[in-house]
Design a protein around this ligand. Structure first.
Ligand code: 6R9
Length: 651
């Protein structure tokens, strides 16, 4: 960044207060902010009491080993007991925990009593296969209930799971197995995807082949496809099927590792982010209760993320299950067999709380308003968003077309490293602004600073930092604590801030607007301009569904703004569209932010979790060979974009 702080360009005056009945019945009210502010540690101590502990803690936070925190020091708990058994003991064994919907339309409802039996059996089977407290288990699984069972079974015996997204390659899986030294791999024969089946076992075999630490491969039968069978392979239905439903959960130390989750970051070797139990579960549980306002007796909650991402860990498995939720789990894609599939599922299960990503919302907007309009979505009472900044227009589209213009929308900012939601509206309290994640949650503290670490005034932008420890913070990078310090804590070592890597601004009221990754910020004629603001201006033009903006080298202005734009279904690429869009951005946020070049494209390069990979677009805009595309969800996308932009540097 240049010395000037991030320019504050976009204005947004729309406000959405919670409906009165929602506010009146909300789980968390406005007083929570003041309570937490008065005594942050006492506040978290209260939230930890949401859980059942086997032994009490002696100290809430030990921060002497900074930046590695210990929360609820000396406390003991069993995560699986908290997510399963205690709901059965409380008399809720007949409540459905998971409504599973397979892509081909098969479905299963699993109650808490059944989940307890399955998790207990799996825990016994894992023990039988030699897995002990502290051992690492790699889980390479599709979106099926056994994945949650496998994770909970690890937690139950104090083993550490490392879930690897099922669409990752054998090489990526092998690298993660080796880094963690996993001794067991849990996988499936395959899964249903876009009307076909994927042979997951073949990939798992290829990965396990060279991975010497793997002693056994436990295989769930999902598709029934023919699979190769080796000496280490064990069928889940044999090992787990034969195991006893009796299993006594042991209470483990609050800092016992729960999971490793690899994030690729922008460059280099994936980082194995380490999370532990007591603090993690406390914040996952509290934030799920506070942000989604879950009423376990009546709500049906659906988080559409894949369990291979942190969102799946915290808001499919640990948050909702610790709160006794009834939730939907869907195996497939949103457009199989038709583009209304999500809305059909909402209608079928009468989903009340829906949590999805901006990339999906923009895709639905692109497909057209008429698709959700065909379904009864009146059960919905709250909508959530996570993963990227949500453009104000996408926020409005979501509220209007999915939420019927009545539901609160919560834009939730957090990271794999933060473990749980950090910045979000409270749905029964906050008067939300479309596109803003608003305020840190009660008990959380964040700020925006300039590159020297000085806090910026309201109305200015800069770098988002977290200036107080929080319960679900990462405890390190597996096998490389120095990298943990260097990556997150070195930049503002003097102030002791965690630097998240994101740009943000504080508006005139002090509310926070996330502006994308700092690496993506553009420098145009001496002004730091966020990609998010220009993208949001483009998306606010009715014909535009999605936009990605990059700064390309420019001899006169330092960088020039190049935009890649996807149109909504049925919109034609008219002669004057280029000029119209440039004028629109100019009017919305000012001439400085006007793109020099606009390309209409059919798709944008995205990671498998749906984040736009601007780095690759920058390569195209600067007319050089496109860099590493291994984390791209669809490798053909870049060819299509390059074909559309043969001479990127010509204006
Ligand atoms: C949960 C998750 C983390 C990065 C984060 C930021 C972006 C996530 C966001 C958001 C703006 C939001 N991000 N939520 N940006 N508004 N509501 O996505 O974790 O995969 O580790 O990504 O995602 O850039 O730093 P992870």
């Amino acid at each position: 960044m240049s010395n000037e702080a991030l320019s504050n360009l976009l204005r947004e005056d729309r406000r959405f207060a919670p409906p009165a009945d929602f506010a009146a019945a909300a789980n968390v009210k406005a007083d929570a902010y003041a309570t937490a502010e008065a005594d942050r540690l006492a506040f978290w101590e209260t939230q930890a009491q949401r859980l059942s502990w086997g032994a009490p803690w002696s100290e809430v936070l030990d921060w002497s080993g900074k930046p590695v925190a210990k929360w609820f020091v000396g406390g003991k708990l069993n995560v699986a007991y908290n997510c399963v058994d205690r709901h059965v003991e409380a008399g809720n064994g007949d409540r459905v925990a998971i409504h599973f919907e397979g892509e081909p339309g098969d479905s299963r409802a699993i109650t808490y009593a059944e989940l307890k039996d399955e998790v207990s059996k799996a825990a016994n089977a894992l023990t039988e296969l030699g897995v002990r407290q502290g051992d690492r288990v790699a889980i390479y699984m599709p979106m099926i209930p056994e994945t949650a069972v496998a994770m909970l079974a690890c937690a139950r015996i104090g083993a550490v799971h490392s879930v690897v997204f099922a669409a990752f390659s054998p090489d990526a899986l092998r690298a993660r197995i080796e880094d963690a030294g996993a001794k067991l791999l849990i996988t499936a024969d395959g899964y249903h995807r876009r009307g076909g089946t994927v042979n997951l076992k073949a990939n798992a075999d290829e990965a396990a082949e060279g991975a010497e630490t793997i002693e056994h491969v436990l295989v769930v039968k999902r598709t029934g496809a023919d699979v190769a069978w080796g000496a280490k392979d064990v069928w889940w239905h044999d090992a787990v099927g034969a195991a006893s439903t009796e299993h006594t959960p042991e209470a483990f130390d609050s800092e016992n590792p729960l999971f490793i989750l690899y994030t690729s970051g922008t460059t280099g070797k994936p980082k194995g982010i380490l999370h532990t139990t007591g603090g993690y579960l406390t914040q996952a549980s509290y934030t799920h209760h506070a942000v989604f306002d879950l009423k376990p007796e009546t709500d049906v909650y659906w988080c559409t993320a894949d369990v291979g991402w942190v969102t799946g860990h915290s808001y499919i498995v640990y948050g909702p299950l610790s709160n006794g939720a009834t939730e939907v789990m869907y195996e497939g894609t949103p457009d199989t067999p038709h583009q209304g599939r999500f809305w059909e599922i909402v209608q079928k299960y009468k989903v009340t709380l829906l949590y999805t990503a901006p990339t999906a919302i923009r895709m639905f907007a692109k497909w057209g308003d008429d698709i959700p309009a065909k379904f009864d979505l009146s059960s919905l009472r709250l909508l959530g968003s996570v993963g990227e900044p949500i453009n104000p227009e996408a926020w409005i589209w979501y509220r209007e077309n999915i939420g019927g213009g009545r539901t609160p929308v919560v834009d939730t900012w957090w990271q794999t490293e933060t473990g749980a939601i950090m910045i979000s509206p409270l749905p029964g309290v906050t008067e939300a602004k479309p596109g803003s994640a608003m305020r840190p949650l009660p008990g959380i503290s964040a700020n925006v600073v300039d590159k020297e670490g000085t806090i910026v005034e309201n109305g200015h932008g800069g770098l988002l930092v977290l200036d107080q420890p929080w319960p679900s913070m990462a405890r390190g990078i597996w096998g490389d604590q120095q990298r943990f310090v260097d990556t997150y804590w070195a930049r503002f070592a003097e102030q002791g801030y965690y630097f998240a890597g994101d740009g943000a601004k504080k508006d005139e009221d002090g509310d926070l607007w996330l502006l994308g990754r700092v690496d993506d910020i553009m420098l145009v004629s001496g002004h730091n301009i966020s990609t998010t603001e220009v993208e949001s201006a483009l998306v606010s033009y009715p014909a535009v569904a999605e936009a990605a903006v990059v700064g390309a080298k420019d001899e006169t202005t330092g960088q020039r703004i190049v935009a890649f734009v996807i149109l909504r279904a049925g919109q034609e690429e008219t002669e004057d569209l280029d000029a119209v869009l440039k004028a629109h951005v100019s009017k919305e946020i000012g001439p400085i932010a006007k793109p020099k070049q606009i390309q209409i494209v059919a798709e944008l390069p995205k990671t498998r979790s749906g984040k736009i990979m601007r780095r690759l677009l920058k390569d195209v805009a600067e007319d050089r060979a496109v860099g590493d595309t291994t984390t791209l969800a669809d490798s053909t996308v870049m060819d299509l974009i390059k074909a559309k932009l043969p001479h990127a540097n010509e204006d």
